[in-house]
Design a protein around this ligand. Sequence first.
Ligand SMILES: O=C(O)CCC(=O)C(=O)O
Length: 285
Amino acid sequence: MRVPDAALDELREQGFTLVEGFLAPDELKAAQQALWLHFPKPEDYFAEPTKYPEYSTSQFAGVEEFPYRSWDLNHLAFHPDLVDAAERFLVTSELHLYKVELWAKYADAANYEQPLHRDFGSHSLVVPRVDHRYQQLTTFIYLSDVEDDNGPTRIVPYERGQDVPFTPLYLEFGALADVEFSATGPAGSLLAYRTDILHRGSNLVGAAQSRFSLLADYQARGTTWGGKMAWPKQAPERWAKLMPQCTVRERDLFGFPRPGDAYWNEQTLADVAARYPGIDMTPYR
Ligand SMILES: O=C(O)CCC(=O)C(=O)O
């Protein structure tokens, strides 16, 4: 669904917004099915948690980096309504999709509690500008219901946290707990917040609770001091499958050379075509 203007106003004013029903029911269902190509189903996990010790090594052990084994997950990162919202919020169509993660959390596998922090600490080499230029947009697409028991992100509205200095990056546990908003919402919701907003992960407290979400973050193209991952380092065989499926615009979001870029010549056209069997190179000729 198109992110309403009112939601983007909230993002500008309070620093975050939660849009229920962002994914259409069929998109949500397909993405949920594809999760099991990467993670154990909750009923399997909780039947025998000791079979999956890898999820207990850290609270981030359930993070898988992009790309994934299914288009049904991959395309969520550049869902047209997400790209549209990022363009409207960042006030540019020159976008850079700079981080995508798929995150599974299982109750008791790890303690998912975090201290309040702002994401610029791991998404930028510098600090946010208080005039709100040079923004970064962080998003979570909920692939399972997120309720109080299964670890909603807790967020401090901008005006309650704006006087807290940018450094140190982490606040003491318990700080500002009385003004936190719990970002609960049904599967298919979109949570978006800015990287100058104090927030934290919270623990899954109910028995056999789990949480699954896809995180996709945007900034203006050319923000060389911002980012979180280097796309070329990710699973080459998955890119080989994904690249031919993408449109020119979708590739552009990852920083792929554009049609007309001086990079393209007869040699690169031929060798990129060989690297990504099935890709249509016509637009790049
Ligand atoms: O998982 C969440 O709810 C928030 C995670 C987070 O803020 C982080 O890892 O930086």
